[in-house]
Design a protein around this ligand. Sequence first.
Ligand SMILES: [Zn+2]
Length: 145
Amino acid sequence: MKTRSLLTLVLAFAAAAAAGAADKIVAGPKGGRLLATEPHAAEFFVTAERKAEITFYDAAGQPVARGAQAVTVTAEPAGGRARVELVPTPHGFVSVAPLPEGGPYRVVVQVRATPEARLQNFRVDLNTEVCGGCDRAEYACTCEH
Ligand SMILES: [Zn+2]
């Protein structure tokens, strides 16, 4: 009985911590959203051409070589989910084509540090409208809502 209540407490704490981390949006250097990937933080950024761009940074905030890191981006617009084709860049990846029109819709970003590493999942609500509060795109808005 004692063991079970302790486990419940631990699970509740873990869930709260995860929810808190998901709500907090960290600003990326390009104006995108910084994802808490390991070992290098990755910025999800939508370019002026509406292409999805992923850039990796070191602890000092400098772009870092992509290395063995792999990224999958899936767009989930109303018309159905679609994998976004990416090409490598020196410090990450960029989509071949613009992201699907419309929205807001969910974009799932999955990052692997190495082929053997665990999958790191992030969900971004893709809304590219500019927020009046912070002048950032809504998907990367850092306002306390
Ligand atoms: Zn804002």
